[in-house]
Design a protein around this ligand. Structure first.
Ligand SMILES: Cc1ncc(COP(=O)(O)O)c(C=O)c1O
Length: 397
């Protein structure tokens, strides 16, 4: 069957692909240590699961309005007021199929053919293909460790053209774990307002910050941002609810109405009983989630210590999320027998086959010198997995 031009051009998500490869090896009885998946190894909080069960028993099994269950939209607005002092009305919120679909809808709702979207690299894998599906043109601006993997106002200014419509910001970031301090956001905000562009700010890791780092929503750092900012977040990471497929966006009412129309013709509403349980999730605070956040903070130290002890490997110290993004390019050009490692894809394949360790190639995030490791796994597995990586790298000549 002939597949459309738009869809045939879409590469499958590399993060999901590596996870599938690792799972196939596990199904074959292999003992794989997987640093691949971008999901917490913790279970959804008990109170949230109980709320879903109660909602099912209460008969919340019918359609809800396309933009979301009213009680949940109110809870999303309340969350921003409670945590960040930001005033949003429920009509400025939208419940979506994960944060992923909120981003997809934002590009569909805001881009006309040829509109440019500035995407700082390393970027989350799905931004560029989503922009392209929506008819836009991703403009990749590379960032590196010298600026803490954050976009500078100078680099932003230089990338803006008359066709620029949007900028994507992701803090804390997948894949680097880098987070933007307030001053860095203020400097970007000045350019954004002066040059009149829209910002999509993906804040899905908002509670997962360490060493006392203060997470600040972009919209709060200067006047004039609310009308040009789409906030995207969700339940997957912060509340360990990846399988529930619930996320949300906040933005101007006309944006929310446009997305509500889009949803009404495509996904309709998210499962009603899950939305009811999500109200309970949003009532939890960072304090309630402390056991998970503290475990990530401890594992971050462990994995950084082990990785940087490997000769030739350097690693940026992330402020948030649950990823490290070591630079492994010292091993490019080396070989194990006939096998030559040219790039991050070769190295990831080599580590999976030789060491039974899954990592995600940095090339999938626009940064081929690196690989991404999630540290959402137990301490013993982290030690075992990094030990195997060290041995496999030592075997390269
Ligand atoms: C930066 C970022 N944004 C959005 C998402 C989407 O998450 P979900 O659709 O599960 O809410 C992810 C998931 O990996 C992510 O890392």
């Amino acid at each position: 069957m002939k597949i459309s031009k738009v869809v045939s051009a879409i590469p499958p998500s590399q993060t999901l692909a590596i996870d599938a490869k690792a799972k196939a090896l596990v199904a074959d009885g292999k003992d794989v240590v997987s640093f691949g998946p971008g999901e917490p190894d913790f279970d959804t909080p008990e109170a949230v699961k109980n709320a879903a069960k109660a909602a099912l028993d209460a008969g919340l099994t019918k359609y809800s309005p396309a933009p979301g269950f009213p009680e949940l939209r109110k809870a999303i607005a309340t969350h921003y007021q409670r945590d960040y002092g930001l005033a949003y009305e429920p009509a400025e919120t939208l419940v979506t199929c994960g944060g992923k679909h909120a981003i997809f809808e934002a590009f569909l709702a805001l881009l006309d053919p040829g509109d440019e979207v500035i995407v700082p690299a390393p970027y989350w894998v799905s931004y560029p293909p989503m922009v392209e599906i929506a008819g836009g043109k991703p403009v990749i601006v590379t960032t590196d460790e010298s600026t803490g993997f954050t976009l500078t106002p100078e680099a932003l200014g230089a990338a803006i053209t008359p066709r620029t419509r949007m900028l994507v910001l992701n803090s804390p970031s997948n894949p680097t774990g880098a987070a933007y301090p307030r001053a860095a956001l203020e400097a970007l905000a000045k350019v954004v307002v002066e040059r009149d562009i829209v910002v999509l700010t993906d804040e899905i890791y908002e509670y997962l910050v360490y060493d006392g780092f203060e997470f600040v929503p972009f919209v709060s750092v200067a006047p004039g941002l609310k009308e040009r900012t789409i906030i995207v977040s969700g339940f997957s990471k912060t509340f360990a609810m990846t399988g529930w497929r619930l996320g949300y966006a906040l933005g101007p009412k006309e944006f929310v109405s446009a997305c509500a129309a889009l949803q009404s013709q495509s996904t309709s509403n998210m499962p009603t009983f899950a939305q009811k349980a999500a109200v309970t999730a949003l009532a939890l605070t960072a304090g309630d989630l402390a056991p998970m956040i503290d475990a990530f903070a401890r594992r971050r130290e462990l994995i950084l210590r082990l990785l940087t002890a490997i000769p030739g490997v350097t690693c940026f110290r992330p402020q948030g999320a649950f990823y490290v993004f070591p630079n492994v390019s010292a091993y490019y050009g080396k070989r194990d027998g006939d096998r030559v490692i040219e790039n991050s894809f070769d190295l990831s394949d080599y580590l999976l086959e030789k060491a039974l360790v899954a990592v995600v190639p940095g090339g999938a995030f626009g940064a081929d010198a690196n690989v991404r490791l999630s540290y959402a796994l137990g301490d013993a597995d982290i030690e075992r997995g990094i030990g195997r990586i060290a041995d496999a790298l030592a075997a390269l000549r």
